[in-house]
Design a protein around this ligand. Sequence first.
Ligand code: UN1
Length: 499
Amino acid sequence: MDIQALCSKLGIDGASFATGDLQVHSPIDGSRIASLYSSTQAEAERAIERAERAFFELRNWPAPKRGELVRLFGQELRQHKQALGELVTIECGKIRQEGLGEVQEMIDLCDFAVGLSRQLYGLTIASERPDHRMMEQWHPLGSVAVISAFNFPVAVWAWNFALAIVCGDPVIWKPSERTPVTALACHALFQRAIASANAPEHLSQVLIGGASLGAQLAADPRIALISATGSTRMGRALAPVVAARFGRALLELGGNNAMIVTKSADLALAVRAIVFSAVGTAGQRCTSLRRLFVHDAVRAELLSRLAGAYASLPIGSPLDASTLVGPLIDAHAFAAMQAALRTAAADGGTLECGGERVLAGARPEAFYVTPALVSMPQQTELVRSETFAPILYVLGYHELEAAIALQNGVEQGLSSSIFTTDMREAELFVSARGSDCGIANVNIGPSGAEIGGAFGGEKATGGGRESGSDAWRSYMRRATNTFNYSSQLPLAQGITFGE
Ligand code: UN1
């Protein structure tokens, strides 16, 4: 792990990260990879002022010109994909394929945003009054603050960033305190795009810090939109502060994603999807599969196939090409996983396999685990809560409607899926009577969404939508304009007033 070499490839001075108060450790072996300075309240204040000035410039740039800036950023990402992907792996512990996948997700979003920069359409609306015309325009909103989580240290920021820039909004980024180096690298790559496009300064700024910094951004009325990814607890603290000043919040909070496997399912396909969704990123995605509802007729068969697949999972350094399961982010994540497994046992659950710490001798400061498969007699409070670790709870069901009710019977509403070859079952699942989640998939696991769709979920997941489709609207304000080209002043609703 040569952090200095990677940093210099990415245009940041790794040697300068030596004396700060914030220690950054790699989950791969627990070694310290950087010491950075946390931003002070006064620095955050200055960043907000600079973003406001940048906004006044950027809003005058035509949207396609803003798109050109994002196109240049996408080129930088293409050129630096390997180095940035590796840094993601070192800082957050996801395997190489997934680190590269994250950078690809950023590139895809840049491409999407470039096209969008020529398609920020408003409607033309038929007026009820003669010789009147109504239309709407979408204008830049203002400064955007992005609060991102360790598990997708760069892609989720890019979803917000690329859209915000084409929409005309500067971005202040508070990355997770566990993954600030990748944030600084992305910022440096964007600065290159700024230089080539001769764009205004301070369209991107990075602030390093924890909850108090997040609270400062949430409370400041100059931040038009806060887009925050993290726990439901974090969202509960943040949202009322933003709402109290009538700011806009876009929240992507906890998930407790489920899959229903019906008796008509293609089990071989289901097994592959389950393993990817439940153990990929060591179970640390918001979209990770946590609850599996299996029809009683195929439950024993599926469990035995899953146990076989789990037994052969290569666990180890995410830098090794053959590894599929890397480390948990830290000791707290490991402790939370152990606590959940104890509660599961006390609730009558049966540990089918996994749940053990491995490689502790060779890497005492890192937390590698065998992913756990736990049969549960019912959907307990534990099953209804999100533990950010590779634990998959398995429950049986008999009637599909009952399985759907169980699936929806949690406070979160991010992602969901069904495996079935029966069209009636598939259609029911995606109907209004089916999954209540923001994402409902058929014969695909709940994780690994493409950027083209709107990403986000309902209920305690926070209701926000990011990435594709019309998610861009959150980053703009809509103005409705009515034009009168007659020589009369007819009032709407046929009202007469003093005539
Ligand atoms: C997250 O875990 O916060 O759908 C985002 C997925 C990824 C994004 C996950 N494309 O699994």
